[in-house]
Design a protein around this ligand. Sequence first.
Ligand SMILES: [Cu+2]
Length: 425
Amino acid sequence: MEKLLIFLVIAIVAIAIVQLVRVYELASKMKGGKVEETITKSENKLNGNLFIVFMIAFFGSIIWMMIEYGNGGLGEAASVHGLKIDSLLTLNWWIILPVFFLTNTILFVFIRMYLHDPNRKALYFSHSNKLELLWTIVPSLVLAVIVITGLKTWIDIMNPDEKGTIIEVYGEQFKWTARYAGEDNKLGRADYKLITGENPLGVITQGFIEGAYASIDKKISNIETKLGENKVGNEYTLPDDKVKEMTDKLESLKRQRYRIEGGIDKGIETSVFKMAENDIVVQELHLIKDQTYTFQFRSKDIIHSAWFPYFRAQMNVVPGMITNFTFTPNKTTKEARLEDFVIDHYHKINEIHNERRRSLGEEDEIVDFNFVLMCNKICGASHYNMQMPVIVETEDEFKTWVESQTQVNGDTVKYWGAPEVVENK
Ligand SMILES: [Cu+2]
């Protein structure tokens, strides 16, 4: 509301100024004052000079921004393909920036050079084939370079030579959950009908199917018992709407069971269940440096976007379909923490963070750099906080971590070693 009021005040003031200027113009015309043609030379010169001042300020602010925020606050890419994306961008900047500075310099300098002069006649210049050729061919060549290098990089990135270790990333409002495929490097199937507190991804295993039946059957028998207890002859002693509510619920539970029987439990070979047994569901992504990973994305509710800023990777996460992205992290979290850019950046972050903590009477705390997976599609109230830490480490460190996790079937994990390289077909 306050913002709206401020906006209204600004808008009204702006309108008032425009109207005042109009009144002034009209009044001066009526008094036989200055009209456009009689603007003096010095006034023209002042305007021309102001254009040059504007140009210098404009260029200055752009150069300052490039120096201050040039790399998007992200430092050097932390993945193999990320370096390619960065050099593609750098190439594009080298093409765009000279053109930008040249055209804008000409724009402003010519305004100053060719101030209005009543004695000057405009040059009549109708056509030049040479010029036409020049400004058709040069931009075409430059655009061809931009398009071809861009396309080549895109094809490279989206068609990796090998398929990596498979990890599922599951997005929902407002968190991420990840699932490692385990030793077989095959993710078991999943179905939303099996989603429960213990099975957040709806992974299909014989155990979870039986668990789902047990829970549905229990609810069914509870309702049936309650209905039976309140029945005298053929009549229920409960109010009609209560009876209707309970019988509806009963029907819905039976349909739910039927859908699991028909859609999940039948017609799927047992090997599919087996594939899910050794999957590992986790809340934190751990990756091994220099190992290739293929991420498979799924969404529970609406479209999210899985964004790994430091790895220069992003992919839409769409309900009802699986999208994927393959990349290879090329430095560990520990190595990244030693980079000048990260040290500087986190020094500033810690200063601001602790200033705030002190103002709240809390003790200082040190925030360390971590790679992160974020949601990059505005998906609701807590979108800003939809993130998951990503830790890149050595194989030994990964082994220690993964062996502290639990498989879908309840067994503890035994690290399976580096996966064999699979050609991507
Ligand atoms: Cu989201």
